[in-house]
Design a protein around this ligand. Structure first.
Ligand code: HEC
Ligand code: HEC
Length: 315
């Protein structure tokens, strides 16, 4: 009888190649769609063409712009009108503090957000004004002058009060841009803030009830509770996270998560905060790596000297 083994081998190899090259490639392209990064430039939004006037911007933000009707600006001593749980009951989510939005969000994005929140946030599929579905952040319709000038003024003011990018910590970036929707249990962060250390059970339970109430409002607003981000640094690649944050629709068509509008530099900080939560031993590992290199270099020098010593008399 003829040897059939080569034939069997050919069949197995052919099928393996078929599965690997066609089926796997296809499944990968469907389940891990490749999305090109836009480098957080928000090219679809029109640029700001006017030069803003900071003084007038302040008048508008704290007056006709109505911003402080919903938002606090703590660095300017403007506190929130209501607590976070009541705010979420009204708006679905707590409107973020405006102290540092001038550094967190891209300039063009901020201007477009003020004029048309639904469009800038890329949630037009959820809020159809013709059907009376209003976004909880009302659009600014102008204070009587040139609306583009007024918007530029407000943006200039918000940029003038924000801290510098160097002083913005990864944690601050996370709390303002993501923290109102995403808890981070490993960092003791809930959607309503940093969980305090409780001395007694009653206060702890009261805090838990507040968190649950807030989450109920958020669930109703978003359709589901946004996931805890403690471990996303490990479960997703950097390229997935950056392109997802840049435009959630690119990966999850129809998702309720808004485009948040952060700059590329701020994304790096967010990513670092996610790493701080998911990979706490990073710094230690890097430090050990350095020590090991130093050890190896010193050892190599001694080994070389020892070799010379041993061979000296044998030449
Ligand atoms: C009627 C209430 C209301 C008013 C008025 C309002 N906002 Fe908002 N704002 C919100 C809510 C609610 C959110 C959160 C929306 C969300 O996360 O889906 C928000 C979100 C924001 C954000 C964060 C957007 C992001 O990219 O995550 C900024 C910045 C902001 N508002 C600035 C302003 C400025 C500046 C003004 C004044 C021109 C203003 N808002 C007026 C309710 C309001
Ligand atoms: C206004 C609320 C809101 C804000 C602000 C928000 N998210 Fe989300 N996020 C959501 C919701 C809702 C989902 C669930 C999406 C879904 O399953 O459709 C989600 C999902 C995610 C996911 C999971 C995606 C996946 O693969 O399943 C990641 C990662 C994420 N968000 C990161 C962020 C980061 C980082 C920020 C801050 C820059 C942020 N989000 C800001 C509401 C929000």
């Amino acid at each position: 009888m003829k040897n059939k083994e080569p034939l069997i081998l050919v069949v197995v190899v052919a099928f393996s190649l078929l599965v690997y090259l066609l089926v796997e490639t296809y499944a990968h392209s469907v389940m891990h769609k490749h999305v090109d990064s836009q480098n957080f430039e928000y090219k679809d939004l029109p640029p700001v063409t006017k030069t803003g006037d900071i003084r007038n911007g302040k008048v508008l933000v704290t007056g006709a712009g109505a911003c402080i009707g919903c938002h606090s600006i703590e660095s300017e001593g403007i506190a929130a009108n209501i607590d976070v749980v009541s705010a979420a009951a009204i708006y679905g989510v707590n409107p973020p503090d405006l102290s540092d939005v001038g550094v967190l969000y891209e300039t063009k994005f901020l201007a477009n957000l003020i004029k048309n929140p639904t469009h800038a946030l890329n949630v037009e599929h959820k809020f159809d004004t013709s059907k009376g579905q209003m976004h909880p952040m009302v659009a600014f319709y102008g204070a009587g002058g040139d609306i583009d000038q007024e918007v530029a003024d407000m943006v200039a003011y918000l940029k003038s009060i924000a801290i510098s990018i160097d002083d913005l910590t990864p944690k601050m970036a996370y709390e303002n841009a993501c923290g109102r929707c995403h808890s981070m249990a490993y960092e003791s962060w809930t959607e309503i803030g940093q969980t305090p250390k409780f001395k007694n059970k009653i206060n702890e339970l009261a805090y838990e009830i507040k968190t649950l109430k807030y989450q109920d409002s958020l669930k109703a607003y978003m359709g589901k509770l946004p996931p805890d981000l403690s471990m996303y640094y490990r479960s997703r690649s950097e390229s997935f996270l950056s392109t997802f944050v840049e435009d959630p629709q690119s990966h999850l068509k129809g998702t309720a998560m808004p485009r948040v509008g952060v700059t590329a530099e701020v994304f790096d900080k967010l990513y670092e905060h996610m790493a701080d939560s998911a990979d706490t031993k990073r710094a230690e590992r890097d430090a050990i790596g350095k020590n090991v290199m130093i050890y190896i270099i010193i050892f190599a020098i001694f080994a070389f000297l020892w070799k010379k010593q041993v061979w000296r008399d044998l030449k």
